[in-house]
Write a new protein. Structure first.
Length: 244
């Protein structure tokens, strides 16, 4: 690609750069059309090959556009290494045409919700509400996130971004709730994932869907009822740094 091409892409707002300590190490050309983002290409400076920048950029791109429902891209069919790279990141081959392989990936939110809904009725997560929503996000998207050891602790970690009202789709939704322990009732809290229409999918006795306020009417084994605290947008969860 010529310098004039990149200059024009920058002028149109399609060119993004990745820097480290002020030095450009790579970049991407992105095209947003409605709720679909086409990743025209990503590139890394040769001296920074095999340092993880490619994977990092792809994760950052997906995090930058939380409202996007689908990410698309294409690569030459002869480039086995690149095609394997995108497959490992969760992209699915859609078709082959004209020497190109076309890939697609639903965004983090949709992957998470689809995985969570596949567990409806399961008792595997009974008493493990935080593990349920973290698994939904991590397993479906092949990523790792950082939170607390309980729903209450995670809520405290994200409290700078805690909001009230009807939670947006994909948000982590938190409640106070006394839970049984060897030393008596403990406020480990409760949590779920918002479906964006006032409903929350969460692990109680089974994985189930309830209105976010109706969850307050459920009764825990301690006799306590969850108390709604608020919700945290998915991008805040993704940006949480590991505890030192």
């Amino acid at each position: 690609m010529s310098v004039s091409f990149y200059t024009e892409m920058a002028r149109q707002g399609h060119l993004y750069k990745l820097t480290e300590e002020g030095v450009i190490v790579g970049g991407a050309i992105l095209f947003l059309q409605g709720d679909v983002l086409n990743i025209g290409r990503i590139f890394v400076a040769p001296e920074h090959f095999r340092k993880g920048y490619g994977s990092f950029m792809m994760q950052e791109i997906e995090s930058m556009f939380p409202g996007v429902k689908e990410f698309t891209l294409d690569t030459p069919d002869w480039n086995i290494r690149t095609n394997s790279f995108y497959t490992k990141l969760g992209y699915t081959e859609i078709k082959r045409d004209g020497g190109l392989i076309y890939f697609s990936k639903l965004n983090l939110t949709e992957n998470m919700i689809r995985w969570a809904e596949s567990k409806l009725g399961s008792t595997a997560y009974a008493g493990w509400c935080l593990a349920f929503i973290e698994d939904a996000l991590e397993i479906s998207n092949h990523i790792e996130i950082y939170g607390g050891d309980s729903a209450k602790e995670s809520c405290e970690m994200y409290k700078d971004a805690l909001r009230g009202g009807v939670p947006e789709r994909g948000a982590f939704v938190f409640y106070d709730c006394l839970c049984p322990s060897e030393n008596g009732p403990v406020n480990w809290g409760h949590c779920g994932v918002s479906l964006g229409d006032g409903r929350v999918i969460h692990a109680w006795d089974t994985v189930r869907i309830d209105d976010y306020l109706a969850i307050e009417k459920l009764t825990a084994l301690t006799g306590d009822h969850p108390e709604y605290l608020g919700w945290v947008a998915l991008d805040r969860v993704l940006n949480q740094k590991p505890r030192v």
